[in-house]
Design a protein around this ligand. Sequence first.
Ligand SMILES: Cc1ncc(COP(=O)(O)O)c(C=O)c1O
Length: 351
Amino acid sequence: VRIYFDYNATTPLCSAAREAMTRALDEFGNPSSIHAEGRRARQLVELARDEVARLVGGLAEEIVFTSGGTESDQLALRGAGRIAISPLEHPAVRGAAPGARLLSVGSDGAIDPAAVDFEGVELVAVQLANHELGNVNPVAELAARKKSARFFTDAVQAAGKVRIDAPSLGVDLLSISAHKIGGPKGVGALWIKRGVTIPAARGGHQERERRPGTENVIGIVGFGAAAREAQKLADVERVRGLRDRLAAGAVAIGARVNGRPEVGNTVNLAWDGVPGELLVAALDLAGVSASTGAACTSGSVEPSPVLLAIGQPRAQAACAVRFSLGAGNTVEEVDRVLAMLPEMLERIRRA
Ligand SMILES: Cc1ncc(COP(=O)(O)O)c(C=O)c1O
């Protein structure tokens, strides 16, 4: 049996999402149709919207369903002029803001709200939790300094791990993705604060003109069920205990911890002289799934842009391995991985 320590890449479907989607599979109506089939599909979409809204502390009317975190991020940035972003943003944000001003971060990835200046900026994008390090950014403090800018936070890696209340964060836009919280892939949401407008999209009138196209009804149903579960934060403290046990055991055998693992499921580790890619491959052969960084960038031989952005030399950044845990993990799994690591590290160093 494999050990899955890559929940930040994606999560297994939770049973609530599986059951809700299975029940809805034959609801084929188009939610925009006014007949009975359409109305039933509409009702499913709207029930899910309520749950997703509750997960982020917002109103149903503030939720726009999308095809995932990436589309939500890009919708949030659409039409913005001068943009300032954290250099640690996910490629979904960084790629969509090529000329953006980069905020400065410390060597632990932390952003100091007292040091930022948003003068002349139209949109600020700072993620709530970092996908590779597990840092939680001081979004409320940063948003308090936004002046006339609008503030967007990518909360894809925060949802289900920390309590999110978009209004009290003081942000205007916030994105989440279903497959990071036990829902299906290919569906996400953008919370847009009431009164904030984004440029209209050409097409049908769905999602209040903000995202045209027939809704992914089954995906949205699964998202709603997963969001309902995620509101409970039921496994967060237990998973934090597992992560702490893994981190402590790793440090005892020479690991460095990158960043500030404030989100309870993530720890980014490095052993000097052990390329992360080789360790991830050795772990995989031994039945353990971990990652060198964002799944989207791990196909490349480049070291993690997040680690380069916090000032690590390439050789050092190339040693990083991210372990991200979740509800399905156990103490036995952590101990098995800790038991296999010394021999594995030794073998890679010798080679
Ligand atoms: C912080 C962050 N933002 C956005 C995304 C993209 O989400 P999706 O895979 O749903 O497009 C991810 C997923 O890797 C992520 O970790």
